[in-house]
Write a protein that binds this ligand. Structure first.
Ligand SMILES: [Zn+2]
Length: 136
């Protein structure tokens, strides 16, 4: 999947997704509900809702956006700073199930106590060189 557009809010992202689906383009919204999971994440541009499409649909989806004047900006190309790969996964999962579960529990506990998230941080995980990096 490739990021087509980063939206300001989940509503805008869902609208765009609906339009793409109408055109027969398989689109998904990611990070739509992250604000409910990670408080204050709206300040982090990486965590804004984004609409993603399949690689093979990307050109067509972009043309559709251009035709309707909806292109906001060039989609952000995020690359691994170590090897330059774009084969990245995003989220709390970084290849280690143990660390992933630890983070989930930490997020859960911090929500319970309304405490700060502390060390819990999402990030990118490079599937090529298996390294983690954070873009903020
Ligand atoms: Zn890498």
């Amino acid at each position: 999947m490739k990021t087509l557009q980063v939206c300001d809010d989940a509503f805008a992202a869902e609208l765009l997704k609906g339009r793409l689906l109408n055109e027969g383009i398989d689109a998904q919204v990611i990070h739509a509900h992250i604000e409910q999971v990670i408080p204050y994440s709206f300040g982090m541009p990486d965590l804004k809702p984004r609409v993603v499409v399949r690689e093979e649909d990307f050109e067509r989806a972009m043309q559709l956006l251009e035709a309707t004047g909806d292109v906001k900006a060039e989609p952000q190309e995020i690359r691994c700073p170590y090897c330059g790969s774009q084969d990245l996964s995003y989220g709390l999962y970084d290849g280690s199930v143990k660390r992933y579960l630890t983070r989930i529990v930490a997020v859960f506990l911090s929500l319970l106590t309304m405490g700060p998230l502390g060390k819990v941080q999402g990030g990118y995980y490079c599937r090529q060189c298996k390294r983690r990096f954070s873009s903020w």
